[in-house]
Design a protein around this ligand. Sequence first.
Ligand code: BT5
Length: 261
Amino acid sequence: MIRIEKIMAKLQTDFVGREILCFEKLSSTNATAKEQAQEGAREGTTIIAETQTEGKGRLNRRWFSPKGGIWLSVILRPRITVENAAKMTLTTSLAVANTIRKLYGLRAQVKWPNDVQIDNKKVSGVLAASRLKGRVVDYVIVGIGINANFALSSLPSDLQTTATTLKEVLKTDVDVEELVSVLLKEFEDCYKRFIENEFEDLLLQWRSMASFLGKKVEIVSLKERLCGVAVDVDRNGELIIGLEDGNNRNIVSGDVIVIED
Ligand code: BT5
C-alpha cells in the first residue's frame, strides 16, 4: 500500500501534492484528475493509483500499470496560452529524470517528446493534457508513470526489450513514498521555473540529458515516416530533424526511433 501520511511527512512542496487522493485501483489517474479539475480542485491536487486498468499513453495507446509502479496525475492551472502547453511535457520529463538521478545516482536520460530512459530503455512516460477556454488554458493534467517496484515480467513480452523498471536496474525495491515526495518537489520546482518564463533554461538542462540528439533516427507520426538526424529541440519544444537533402524539418508530434548510435 502507498501511504499518504508517509508521503506528506517527507513532502517539501508549496502546493503540488498538498492535496493527495490515493486509490488502490482506478481506470486512469488522468481520468479521475480531469473529473476533479472540472469540479474545481485546486492547483497541485494529485491523484495516485496503485494500479490502473486503463492507463493511457499518447493517442489513446495503452499504458501498462501493474502494482508496484507510480501512477499519478497532477492538476495544474497555469495562466498560459495554448502554444505553451506542449512545453509542459518536456518540463515534466526533466523533473522525472532529475528525480531518478538525485535519488538513485542512475544516468536517467530523456527522449523526445515524453520518455525517460535508463540504458536506452523506457522507465517512465509522461503526458500533459490541456483543457482550453478559448486560447487560454483552463487546466492541465500532468500524468506521470514510473516503472518502480515490479519485475519486467509483469509487462507484455514485446515491451520487455524496450522497457525497464527501477527494481530491475537497482536489484532492489525503492521507497515509493520517498520517490513520490521527491518527484513532486522536483516537479514543482521545474513547473515554477516554467511559469516564470524560464523554459529555455529548463530546455538547456533537458538537452544535456537527451539520449537521441545527434543520432540517426526514424520519426513515425500519424501522417508519415521519415529518416534523418535529430538535430535539436527548439524553444517551442519542437523536434528539428536534418534531412538527407540538407533541409531541416520541424516535428510537432510523433515517436522517435534511434536507428544508429
Ligand atoms: C507515454 O505515452 O509514455 C505516456 C504514459 C503516461 C502514463 C501515465 S500513468 C499516470 C497517468 N494516467 C494515465 O492513464 N496515463 C498517465 P506514449 O509515449 O504514447 O507511450 C505508450 C507506449 O509505451 C505504449 O504504446 C507501449 O508501447 C509502451 N508502454 C506501455 N506501458 C509501458 C510501461 N509500463 N513501461 C514502458 N513502456 C510502456
